[in-house]
Design a protein around this ligand. Structure first.
Ligand code: SF4
Length: 393
């Protein structure tokens, strides 16, 4: 009897939606260096801020869930620049956000992740307090799952059997929050429900909404970050639909946490975006308009909660066509990465293969590779590096 020869194992590379695809789209060169090196970034400060906000929101939600409720607003005794990075005083109230935030900070410290500066730490607590108290009462009652892992397999466009290392790839992601909304039963005063209904007026019945927290300001509508955010939630919806037990995903919500407690830099960027017609949410109350017009750097701006909420919450309707467009875009990103991997393997150099075309000044300013990167010099990011890294509060 003739035995068939064993076929070589086919590779199914695994790509994380945020860790790989969004990183590659931000800067291919940085993505290659970070993935080809066993060393963690020397300044994992952006990681710290995002992980702190995510961790604190999840901790407060778990507490809300275990107790059946929490007395909002949850108190926050403001940090000062002199406060040491250590467990807060025991005489603070049990539910003070500094006490709830400390276990998250401690866990990040154990992973060698810390805030870039005391000002950055202070800003993170201020924004986390705003996020917990603005979103918590409306979002927590709708949450069905927090930190939901999703995975699906997709074809790589243009991959030819036996010519390319893979024809399929596994796409993975972690959805921050999955909500189940039944419009008939969710409280009519719930602001998340109202925002979803305003963006998707024809919705009926039960459906899911995917929520993702972003530790940034609301991006300008002309940027790649704006489009990538939309494609991210559309692709999460596809991944969620692959899990057969899920309900229909009707919308995604991106929550831009910085908008709930904007810093000086955020306000300057908002003014510039309004002046250039690059944002979709402008002040709609006279008091907010006047506040923004009269505000001067160094002062604190007091906007209405409605305006802050509208700036922070972006609802993205989901349907078959929008999912098709987004997943197709990420398939092409995977094909692009696979081409780069192959070219490098064929002895084309890293510098020729992985382009340094990042156009985000903050990403470049925090990049470990900027000192020998032509892209950094070319785009003029060297100028104003300190501005780009300023921790304004
Ligand atoms: S400095 Fe900027 S362009 Fe260069 S690798 Fe880093 S992120 Fe990319």
């Amino acid at each position: 009897m003739r035995l068939a020869r064993k076929r070589p194992d086919r590779i199914v590379p695994e790509y994380s939606l945020t860790g790989d695809l969004l990183s590659f789209r931000r800067c291919a060169r940085q993505y290659r260096y970070q993935n080809g090196s066993a060393l963690p970034p020397s300044r994992p400060v952006q990681l710290w801020y995002g992980e702190f906000i995510h961790g604190l929101l999840e901790n407060v939600y778990r507490l809300w869930e275990s107790r059946g409720n929490l007395p909002f607003p949850i108190p926050y005794t403001p940090l000062t620049l002199d406060d040491p990075i250590e467990e807060p005083p025991h005489d603070l109230p049990e539910l003070d956000l500094r006490r709830l935030g400390w276990p998250v900070e401690e866990s990040l410290l154990n992973q060698n992740k810390r805030a870039r500066s005391r000002k950055a730490r202070l800003a993170a607590y201020r924004r986390a307090a705003a996020a917990v108290n603005t979103l918590g009462p409306h979002l927590f009652p709708l949450i069905a799952e927090a930190e939901e892992r999703v995975i699906g397999t997709r074809d790589i466009p243009g991959a030819v059997p036996h010519e390319h290392r893979a024809e399929k790839y596994a796409l993975t992601g972690v959805i921050d929050v999955l909500t189940e909304i039944e419009l008939g039963s969710a409280e009519s005063g719930n602001q998340i429900r109202q925002a979803v209904q305003a963006a998707c007026p024809d919705l009926t019945g039960e459906f899911e909404v995917i929520v993702d927290y972003k530790g940034t300001r609301r991006p300008d509508t002309s940027t790649a970050e704006w489009t990538d955010g939309e494609w991210q939630v559309q692709t999460y919806a596809w991944l969620r639909h692959e899990q057969r037990r899920s309900r229909r995903v009707a919308a995604g919500i991106l929550i831009y946490i910085n908008e709930l407690a904007p810093s000086e830099g955020d306000l300057l960027a908002l003014r510039a975006a309004l002046g250039a017609g690059r944002t979709d949410v402008a002040p709609f109350l006279d008091s907010d308009r006047r506040m923004l017009e009269n505000w001067r750097p160094g002062a604190r701006a007091q906007f209405s909660p409605e305006f802050l909420f509208r700036r922070a919450v972006r609802v993205i309707p989901v349907d078959d066509q929008s999912i098709f467009t987004a997943t197709g875009a990420f398939d092409n990103t995977v094909a692009h990465i696979e081409t780069c991997v192959r070219q490098e393997d064929e002895a084309v150099s890293i510098l020729q293969t992985w382009v340094d075309d990042c156009d985000d000044a903050k990403t470049c300013a925090a990049c470990d590779f900027r000192y020998f990167c032509e892209g950094y010099q070319r785009t003029g990011n060297a100028i104003g590096e300190e501005d780009n890294l300023q921790d304004d509060i």
